[in-house]
Structures are given as C-alpha cells and as structure tokens.
Write a protein of this length. Sequence first.
Lengths: 345, 345, 345, 345
Amino acid sequence: MIRFESDYTEGAHEQIMKRLVETNEEQTPGYGMDEHCEKARQYIRKACRAEHADVHFLVGGTQANTIMIASILRPHQGVVAASTGHIAVHETGAIEATGHKVLTLPSPDGKLQAEQVKELYEAHWNDVTHEHMVQPGLVYISHPTENGTTYSKSELAALSKVCRECDLPLVIDGARLGYGLAAQDSDLSLADIASLCDMFYIGGTKVGALMGEAVVIIKDALKKDFRYIIKQNGGMLAKGRLLGIQFETLFEEGLYHDISKHAVDMAMLIREAFAAKGVCFRYASMTNQQFPILPNEILRKLREKYSYSHWETIDARHSAVRFCTSWATKKEHVEMLIKDIKELL
Amino acid sequence: MIRFESDYTEGAHEQIMKRLVETNEEQTPGYGMDEHCEKARQYIRKACRAEHADVHFLVGGTQANTIMIASILRPHQGVVAASTGHIAVHETGAIEATGHKVLTLPSPDGKLQAEQVKELYEAHWNDVTHEHMVQPGLVYISHPTENGTTYSKSELAALSKVCRECDLPLVIDGARLGYGLAAQDSDLSLADIASLCDMFYIGGTKVGALMGEAVVIIKDALKKDFRYIIKQNGGMLAKGRLLGIQFETLFEEGLYHDISKHAVDMAMLIREAFAAKGVCFRYASMTNQQFPILPNEILRKLREKYSYSHWETIDARHSAVRFCTSWATKKEHVEMLIKDIKELL
Amino acid sequence: MIRFESDYTEGAHEQIMKRLVETNEEQTPGYGMDEHCEKARQYIRKACRAEHADVHFLVGGTQANTIMIASILRPHQGVVAASTGHIAVHETGAIEATGHKVLTLPSPDGKLQAEQVKELYEAHWNDVTHEHMVQPGLVYISHPTENGTTYSKSELAALSKVCRECDLPLVIDGARLGYGLAAQDSDLSLADIASLCDMFYIGGTKVGALMGEAVVIIKDALKKDFRYIIKQNGGMLAKGRLLGIQFETLFEEGLYHDISKHAVDMAMLIREAFAAKGVCFRYASMTNQQFPILPNEILRKLREKYSYSHWETIDARHSAVRFCTSWATKKEHVEMLIKDIKELL
Amino acid sequence: MIRFESDYTEGAHEQIMKRLVETNEEQTPGYGMDEHCEKARQYIRKACRAEHADVHFLVGGTQANTIMIASILRPHQGVVAASTGHIAVHETGAIEATGHKVLTLPSPDGKLQAEQVKELYEAHWNDVTHEHMVQPGLVYISHPTENGTTYSKSELAALSKVCRECDLPLVIDGARLGYGLAAQDSDLSLADIASLCDMFYIGGTKVGALMGEAVVIIKDALKKDFRYIIKQNGGMLAKGRLLGIQFETLFEEGLYHDISKHAVDMAMLIREAFAAKGVCFRYASMTNQQFPILPNEILRKLREKYSYSHWETIDARHSAVRFCTSWATKKEHVEMLIKDIKELL
C-alpha cells in the first residue's frame, strides 16, 4: 500500500532525525527556554523579515489554533471563519470548548473574501440587538486552505486592510504554509504573510518535522502572557528543545522551502496525469493536495495499491477524493501512480 | 554545567532514538490507529494485567490530566486533590479552564489519606446547602507525588476502597510512575495500580521517551468517547505512531522498569551522600527526586557546577532544593556530585 | 406610542400582582424550597399529565436554555438546532460559553424536520473521522419557533421518534409555549409536549409573569443534580417563591391558557386586517407574532403611533416586520391599529 | 415559626410593591433601556458621587459576581479572594465554570489585608515558573463579608492602594452593602466605596427589593462591552424595568439607607441580648448577621419558635449559628426573641 491519504504518514526529514540523534544527550532547560529554540526563533524571524516578532513552538495544529484564538478573544467574541475552516469542522469543538463561537461565512473554495468580512462586521454593528449576538473578535483563515486553494497577494492585502479597519486581528492557520508558499501560482512570500496578518503559525507536522508548529506573533498587543495560555492549554512541551531543534533544521538553510517545493512538484505531476485524462477537480488546488473527481469503479481499482481520502460524494457513480503528497513523497511512487492513472482511465 | 534540575533535560533513551530512526520512512495511518500504537497498547495491557483496559497515547502531562478529568466530570463537579497536587498548582489553571474547581485537601507530604477523602465526601453531602457548593466528582492523586513520596499498597487500597464506596473515580497522575514503582520501599506493582484505580497514566516524558504519556482506562463506564475529548483538547497527535513506537520500545522487554530503577539507584547514591553529612530532607522521598535542606552558601558553591531547583525557603540561611536524577543520569556525574558534597559539607 | 415590538413590554397579569402583594410579608425558605413553589410544581405536573416530572423555576429564557443544555451534554457534544434558533443567534454565545457548539441545520420556517436530524446523526456516525467533529448530543427546538410557526402533533411525534432512536434527548424552548398551544391550527396539548420530549420549559416572562420560566424534566436520567447546574449558572433565585407564586397563579385555574388565547385572538385580528389588504407574510404564523411584509413608506407612517420590530429587509422598498401581541394587549389598541391599516394600505 | 435564618425570607419593601403595581401597565422597551432604569442609574451615580460610572442591573448575586469577574479576566488569570469568600465556597463553582481559578488567601474574619495581596502578587511574579501558575488578575472582597465584618476606611484604602500598584482591579461584592454602610462602627460611605474600588455591586435582593443587584463600573477600561457579557451569562432581564423601578425607589429619597439602618438596629438589639448573657460571638459583626456561639440544648429550644442557620460546630456541646435581620424584620419579633434569650440563658 502506497499512502497518499494525508501528508503525515511518515516520520521526519532525515536531516531532522540526524539532528535529534546528534543532540540527544545534550542537557538543556525545559519549556522552550533552550538555545535550540532561541536559534530557531532567530531563523524564523529572519525568514519572516519580522525582527520583533514573538515566536512560540507548539506540538500540533488544533493546539495552535485554539491557543492563538483563546489568547485574543474576550468571552463574548467569536472567530470569523469559512464554513469549511478547520476550526469550524474538524477540531471537535476545540474553539467552543474555550467558550467562543465560530462565526462561519459561506465559501465555495475555502477562502474568505475581504468583502464578506466587511459585511459581517457592519451587519453586526448595525443591528440594534447586537449585544444579543456574538461579536466578531478576529478573523481566521488558512493558507493554503483545507481545499488546497491559496490567497493571492492582492486578496490577502484586501482582507488585511478590512481587518485593520475593523480592528479585527487576522490570524492565519499555516498547517501547510510551506506548500502554499511553494504553489506555482502563488505570489506570496513568508514576509508578505508576516506583514499582512497579526498572528500565524508555520506548520511543521505536515512539512518535514516529526511534529511541531511555530506560532509567530506580529502585533505587539497580542504578545502579552502568551506562554501562560500555552501552558493552560497543555501546549508547553517539557522538552521544548525537540521543537526548537526541528525548526532550527528547517529554517537554517532553506530546508523548509526546498521540501515544500518537492511536495508541490510531485502533486503537479499527479494533477497533470489526471488532467491529461480529462479528469475534473473539485477544487483548483496548486498545492500538495489534489481533489480529482473520479468514477467509483476506478477508485476501487486504485484502492488496491494506493490509499487516498474520500472527500465528497458527487453522484451515485462519482466521488471527489484527495491525494496528498508531502516532503516525504517518493518520486517512484508518483510515477507508479501516474502509470496506473494512464492505464486505468 | 551538570543538570540535576529536572528529569527532562535530555532527549530519549538510545533504543527509542534507534527505533524512531528505523521506522522513520514507514507509512502509517495517523491519530494513533497504526500498528505500533496497537502493539504498545497490548504490551501495556499485559504489564498492567488489565486485558480489557483502553490505552490512549498523549503528548504531555498537563494534557493527560486535563483530558482524564474533563472526560469524567459533569459541570458542577470538582476534582479532589492534595493542595500541592500538580493540577492545583502548576498547570496554569488548566482544570479550571475546562470549568472545574480543584477541591484541595491539606497534605504535608503530597499524599491524600483515605480518611480525608471520606470526610470531605460526607461533609459535602451532609451540608444542607450542598447544591451551593461544588460536588466532589473524582479523586486525583499522583504516584509518586510531586514531593517524591509514594503510596504503600495498603494506603492505596484504603483510598481505593473509600473512592469506590463514594462512587468517586480514582485517577492517578503517573508522570513519574516508573520512579515510584522502582522505589526501594515500594510494595506496589503496575498491576496493583491498575486494579486499585479507575484511570491513570504512565509517564514517558520523564522516563525515557522524547515525550508521551499512556492513559490507561480501567473502568468501563469511563471509556466512552474518550478520543473525542482527546481531540477537543488538542491532544491527538497527527503522527500518533511516534508515541506508539516509544511505548512499544519501553514496554516490549522491560526497558521502562530498568531505566526507572537506574534513576532511583542514582538518586539513592546522592541521598546517602547528603545523609552521611547529616543533611535533612524536606520530604521522605525514596524516588528520583531528592529534597535536601542546605545552607545557602553551600548551594552557591554547588551552583557553579550543578543545576538544581529551588523548592522552598526554610529560613534566612537555608533552602530546600530539588536534585533530580533520571533514566539519563550518568554515573560519573553522580560520583562527581558526591565527591563535591563530601568536600563542601 | 402603542407598543407591538415585543411581548414583554408590560409588567405582569393583575392576578399575579395581586398575589405578590398579598403574600409579600410571608416568611419562606429560599431557593425554591417554599410551599408556593411546591404547589406550582404540582399544578404544572397535573397540567402536563406528568406526575413524575421534576419542575424547576428559573428567571429567564437564555438562562433556561443554557442550563438545560449544559446539564445534558458531555464536553465533546453539541446541540442540534435550526440555524434561526434562539440559541444559535440571539444569546451572545451563551451555549458556546459553556463549551458546546451549536450544530445548525437550515430551516426556512424555524422548524427542524425529523428527517434532517436523522441525516445529520447518520452523517456523523458514518464519517470515519467522526472523532474529529462535534458529536450531536441533543436536539433543541422551540415551540412556537422564533418565527411564530408551530409543530403539528405528527411532526413533533416524528421528531421525537427519531430522537429516541438516536438516543438524542429532545429539548423544547417554550418561551412562548402558551401562544403556541393556543394557535388555532395547533393540535398539540401541553400533555403531548410533555410526552414527546425529554425536557422543556414553559415560558412565563412573555406569558403573564413579571419574569420566570418553568423547566420540566420528563426523562429520569436527566434529573440528577439539576439544582447544582442551576446554581452554577446563576439561575437560583434567592427568593424563589416569587417564581412559585407566579406559576401557582398561572396554573391554578387555567389562567395561562386563557391569557395565551387572548394574545392569539388579538394577533389573528391584526393578521386578518393585513391579509384583507393583500399583505403577504414572511412566515405562516398563527401565533402571537405576525410578520407582515410592508412598503417602507407605510412603515414610516405606522411608526408614528406604533412600535414594531424590524425583521428583514426584503428589497429596497419593502421590509418584513414583527408585530407582537401578548396577554397584555388591549383590544382598543388592536382596533386602532386595524383602523390605521385599513386607511393606510 | 419566626424566621431569622436569612435576609431574604420576605418579598419587597411596601414602597417597591406599590411602585411595581402602579407602573404595571406602562409599556416600556426591554433589556434595561427604559426610563426607570435610566432614572435609577442617575440616582445611583449621584449617591456614589460617581458621575461617569456605568450602572447595570442584574437579578442575583452569583450572576453579578460571575459577570463582573468574567468581564475582567483573561483566560490565564484568576481572582484573589478570601478562602471564605462567597465565590470560593457557595456558588457551585460559577467562577471556575467561566474558566477561572479562585486564588484563596486565609482569613480569620472574612477580610483580605492589603499586605496579603501584595505578598501573593510578589510571590507570583518572583517565581521563575510563574507561567505555570494562574496569574492573579483581580481582587475580590465582600463588604460586609460573609461573616458580617466590615472594612474600615483605612483598611479599604490600603487594599485599594496595593491593587492599583499591582494593576489588579478591585471588585466588591455588595450583596449586603447597605448593612455594611449602616454598621455603627463603619466610617465608609458609598462614595468612599466607589472611589476606592474599580467595580462593585449594590445588593437589592437582601436589602428591600424583590430581587436585583446594581453593578457600578468605576474604571473606564472595564466598561467596554459589559452588556454582551451580561447577556451571555443569562443576566439580561427581558423586563429590565422591574429592576429599574426597584432601584429607583430605593435610591430616590434614601430608602436604601433607612431600611438598612433598621436591620442593623434590630441586629444590635439581638446582639446586646446575647452579650448581656455572656454569650460569645464567632465573628465581630456589627451588621445584620450575628453569629452567637450557643449550647446545643439552648438551640434546640430556640428552634421551636425561631429559624436560624447552623454555621459551625464548635465542640460537642456548642455551635456557632447565624441570626439575620433585614429591612423586613419586625420589632415585635426581635423583642420576643430577646425575651426568650433572657429566659433561656
């Protein structure tokens, strides 16, 4: 079985494993106060061109989203998100468990438009009964989205502008940020991300690390007491160095970028193979997740050799599925899949 | 600097690192549904002599405590704990953040006595205004305690009996469980623990693993939907296999026991060196944490070569401090420390 | 200004005021343990034909909804509701503040259909990633709905059947229950409500009382420790007798029914006046709330003498508005309004 | 049975009942936006000599405490209180249910000393692991305390000074504020209270009203969005006018002060009767609650005619009990009790 079901089916990039083994016997202080974490922070600040940013390392994505959001909102405020956003669907109510409503907006492709946010904001404040409703308190987007789509620089700038006008912090879930930045149709850099939002995280779990997400706080007013919120939410790893070492490795010499590009290259090969056979896609993704719509009988045959995720039932005979590549995807596996696509379709 | 400040200053036991490297390219399903997790579950059930137990792997201790407790309590219930309990002091209100009060009982040594729990329970139900007070909903202890002390088999049996009479689930924080079981004065086995409580966790972070805690649920009524609660609290690791592989290694052939014993042996050497010089101890710990009471001027000298934790100011000239050993403690470091103790004191 | 904007613009029915004054100097125990509360409980049980029901008195509707729902759900569960449901829109996230997501289903008229609930339930359990999503834990409806619509006996029976099959408690928000039961097209009795759901409340605030809602718990398993949950949520009135006296008055000799019928009769007069002029209604309400769609210029004129609520902007020149009647609505006011409708339209 | 068990055994002061009846048919907007509320706000601001204060009306004390505290704290912060404080003991974990720990300080008499708060604050910030502990976020006291004791002006000024130095808002629970201000040994005025704290509430439930507490927000930074927090916590009464009318009556011409004084006068008569017989008191209360320590056999006899609250078991033969007076206490009842005290003791 060759797995394309997700982008977390392997361990970590070999350079990370090597570094973890090399440093294994070092004695360090706990909770992210070690030198590896400090170095990783510096590399990340540099990559973001955000010298004054605070950087914190967390273990996973649900944790990162929950902590970022809980640190910002007052009790009566909610987080604005696309109805397909990860926090709205696939985190078992982690946000609500901290007391906050997710205020969802419809989205055909997983993205929020600046205009939508402005309308929601104005609708709230224009309503005479606004105190009877959850107040929008921040805007959450993911880049790339859960559907593999990406924001263009102008789209993100427009969203950022509206958020700043409305005094709504803009928070970006970057679980797959590397793959979004490496998309061929992307004109966004990491520095753009950092300059346009107020807080975001750089995903490691799905991009080369064993586990780990780096939260970057840009806006000064949001930095205060963040470590308390991490600890309260069970996110403060005793051996914080493990996260530091991994992000140090990923950001020291561009590894994060290189392996992200590899994943996207592999995804594009798969995309082209499907497209060449006239297959349609559920979403226009140029990132590491591809969502072909395929006849169920073809899927049954593919399933004998490959794992993928079921995404949506299109009709009685067709399904949209997800094939993921990652930093770990082997070219020979992709070639094998392409060969089978050619033969089966 | 030789670090004795905590038991999480190094990475992981070399066998674990080896196994992580060997399995790094394996492709597995996520979220703990892989074969390594399954094997680890079987090893742990066997070690606990608890064939029907559910076993779940989490990343850290605050997470484990929060998830265990939140999974059990109804909103108006609280958790009974020693006033020194980890959840009462050092988790930044993680339990309260899930809506529950920690009902503390005084404890000179970190342990709860059966009688205390019975009294609190009866006091609650005998009070005519009990509906105006938080209802005791479960009992939380740690073994060994934060002070390094351990429960004897008869003490734990008495506590267990009271808890069952009062229909209060008994939950054990086993962050350092290995070190408690390896204590020379302990007559408790892992199977005893499993038979006397309703839910507990076996700590990996402090006992050989990079990170990871194995929650063991004994009581059937407490098993339902536990994975939802894990996910909601950000505890479901995408690459769950990392935890499975580590616990597989620790419980396959007794490694957990062996390395725990090493740590305790090292601690006893340090203890004896202090005791031989007439030093008193803040707590009667026979586990990996030692709490000598030392003159501040001696501490100043020790600090030049060794790190330790400040625990309590005893008087203007004396402090209680903590020296921790662990699975990773090197005998030569202990010997060096002992030599210095002999010379300084 | 004659107010039709809501059904809580006056104090209480004169019989209630009389009773409150008469009993004012009585000394009673607090927190709902007095004889007035006990009598009111008996009257309500009798009216519901539910001898074994528990009855609790609360001050307001948000409180009642929050307490009912929080008392039932485990942390990972959510409450299924129409997207227009009061808890989903107009309670400032009170449900989320207790940690629970509101799982909304679309509804053109404010009602949930049995089939919808079944589909949502099955979709959850059929999804392989269901542990990553909030589990449906109970179903909340309002009768009548926020839109004035009502369930027929067969609709409610079908919903009840599905809920029992799926082990989802069915909870009814009866803020305006009297007006729903008094609707001319309603074939539901209070006893039907009690037999088909698991917990509900009988609204007093909008139906004759100064304030107060009576929660009726039908299902035994949901009765335990309810008073703790009331207290924790700030819902336990020190002078509980105030609620007891009011519900005693309302249910002793059918006052609740009589005044509800009056409100609906008044609403039907208004409805007929609008309908006679060819006015369309936003919702097919036969209860005390009427939602005519009117030209904005007519509204401007009505506004000089009458208050109403803006409900929805239909187009540049038309709005749907709400006219409410209540137990307190004076016939001469309705006649004046009708006369003006005839003249203006 | 003559009730001295609590200060909420009757309805409301006759002037309030009269006003409620007189205004019963008035039509007003809901949720505290009516003219009675507005007038009451003005009277209260004037009485507090706090022209710029925000004033909000809530139904009960648990609600008031929860809403005040939840509106101020960030998630990782806790509220500092005496271990006997109402929020620490008798609100069924209402504060914890909003996610916050109550950080208790020992207190023999129910009061907090400035020094204690300073020590706790410094201990927190001096601890290197402070991020692992709940951060003190505000200070809560009650005046008078649950034990009937009161702060002197200099004590409150000292506490206020420390709170301002430490940037900890000072919040006062004034459930029985009138009785505290009327204490013969009190040198505090309502204006002093308002100038020395940041937020407090003036209790109505126990001082003349059917129900209701007036929250007064002094500090500008704490005013924002308070009504949202009220609504979210189920504290926004639909017919808010009911609270407005009551506080209007209480503060229009000094009624609140006069009836408070009556209660304290009655309590002093009882106190003197006990003292004349050599009875000791559990607390040095000069307010409406008296805590004599009496032989159990005397209590058994008193119980035949009078209700009181059991407070504490002193030894096998003595108990501390509570006798409460209130605005409603009849002089003839007090005289009867005094006569019996004289005869029995």
